[in-house]
Write a protein that binds this ligand. Structure first.
Ligand code: F0G
Length: 419
């Protein structure tokens, strides 16, 4: 199976362009990477992956940000706003409270537009330039639209975003709007938006930059590479486990691909690959259901709801890539309640780390798995926090304390403080 950790590195097919090609994960058919616009397999509609005839080694990585990892990407550089090189915070109190050997927080909210989506867009928008497409588009729970708008306009292209009406956090809409995206508010959920934008893309109206686009996931691989390099530098070993929020399962797929490529290159031992551990909100947990039932396919949930609107997704399109990633690495998936998410958001905030609700799901999930004894106390763990607190100011304000009204004089303020 092509998505197994022990898969052999394939030889470059004739269609390869400079050692890069696209391959269907279902039937193995191969395609030229930059000749035509294509998101899925022509033959069987399976998901595509980008393949390389030369795999990267740690020694190949130099410089800063996403493009430090150019050896693992299809280009040397792309449309960039200095994405990547995000902090890997220590959280001593949380580490103690949860009770693991090491806990680090990879805070992707520190990217230029405040989420990990920038890593995928720097590559995906570059591909759009190579393909000379006109209009870029995505369906989004918010962050993808903010990143697409920023990278699209920087690359000099028009952008169109489809958002579920009333279900996108304020900061994200503001970003998409100011970065000049045309915003369509759809009377339906994210999955309906994605269905529509896929049909628009199939009709040639737009170039699709959702994580169905295999090039976006190439950029997102760099999250995994940064985490590994960070742990190797500080502990001389890679983490035992990486815990991450799951929506469309793009990151889960991307991290798994990054690790598979390192294994194939002989840079990482198969047994050392971090256990990929996905976390979903209870009201939108089709991946968790599939893992728990040991199912081959994920059942689409038509009614989804959670305060973590970024992961309010019922049809994780990257599931065929992500399920093997979770299983082959010995990971798992867990669902958490909105209350558990907000508690974790407060715990991170108490360490000075501001994240949006979906991001806190990773820490909530780790806490739950530790309580259940699934995670051992001697594990070294990295939790991914995917978006910044300011993305969803309403959720942050609701989770925090209320401002206290006081009169505009010092005596009045002192009286209030001492009462
Ligand atoms: N966390 C945040 C903050 C997100 O915005 C998303 C996805 C995820 C986690 C899930 O990541 O899809 O790779 O499993 N947001 C998309 C969007 C759907 O439109 O912004 P995934």
């Amino acid at each position: 199976m092509s998505l197994s950790l022990s898969a052999e590195q394939p030889a470059a097919p004739d269609v390869a362009d400079d050692g890069v090609w696209l391959e269907c994960i279902e039937c193995g058919d191969t395609f030229a990477p930059f000749d035509d616009v294509r998101y899925t397999c022509d033959e069987c509609d399976g998901l595509l992956e980008v393949r390389y005839d030369e795999l990267p080694t740690f020694d190949d990585f130099e410089g800063h940000g996403v493009w430090r990892y150019a050896a693992a990407l299809p280009f040397e550089s792309g449309v960039s706003i200095q994405e990547g090189s995000t902090p890997l915070y220590e959280v001593p109190r949380l580490e103690d409270e949860i009770g693991v050997k090491t806990l680090r927080i990879k805070h992707e909210g520190m990217n230029p537009t405040g989420s990990f989506k920038d890593r995928g867009m720097t590559v995906g928008v570059q591909v759009a330039k190579e393909l000379c497409v006109g209009r870029l588009a995505c369906a989004s729970t918010g962050n993808t639209s903010a990143a697409l708008a920023a990278y699209g306009t920087r690359g000099g292209m028009e952008t169109l975003v489809l958002l579920p009406a009333g279900k996108v956090a304020a900061g994200k809409i503001a970003q998409a709007s100011l970065h000049d995206a045309r915003i369509l508010e759809v009377d339906g959920n994210f999955d309906a938006c994605l269905d529509i934008v896929q049909e628009l893309a199939a009709k040639g109206e737009v170039y699709l930059l959702n994580s169905l686009n295999p090039f976006r996931l190439e950029g997102q691989k760099t999250i995994g590479l940064e985490i590994l390099e960070g742990f190797l530098a500080d502990y001389d070993t890679v983490p035992d486990r990486i815990v991450l929020p799951v929506g469309n399962a793009g990151n889960t797929s991307a991290l798994y691909k990054a690790f598979r490529e390192l294994v194939q290159a002989g840079e990482l031992d198969e047994d050392d690959v971090p256990k990929l551990t996905g976390v979903q909100a209870e009201g939108a947990a089709p991946m968790v259901e599939a893992i728990e039932n040991d199912a081959d396919e994920v059942r689409r949930w038509d009614d989804v709801e959670t305060r973590a609107t970024a992961i309010r997704i019922g049809n994780p399109v990257n599931a065929p890539k992500a399920l093997p990633g979770i299983r082959e690495t010995g990971g798992t998936a867990v669902a958490v309640s909105d209350e558990e998410i907000t508690d974790a958001q407060r715990s991170l905030a108490a360490e000075g780390i501001g994240v949006e609700p979906a991001s806190a799901a990773s820490v909530a999930g780790l806490r739950k798995l530790r309580d259940e004894g699934v995670v051992d106390d001697d594990e070294r763990v990295a939790c991914l926090t995917t978006g910044h607190l300011l993305k969803d100011p309403d959720a942050a304000a609701a989770a925090g304390g209320d401002p206290e009204p006081v009169p505009a004089d010092t005596d009045g303020v002192l009286k209030h403080l001492h009462q």
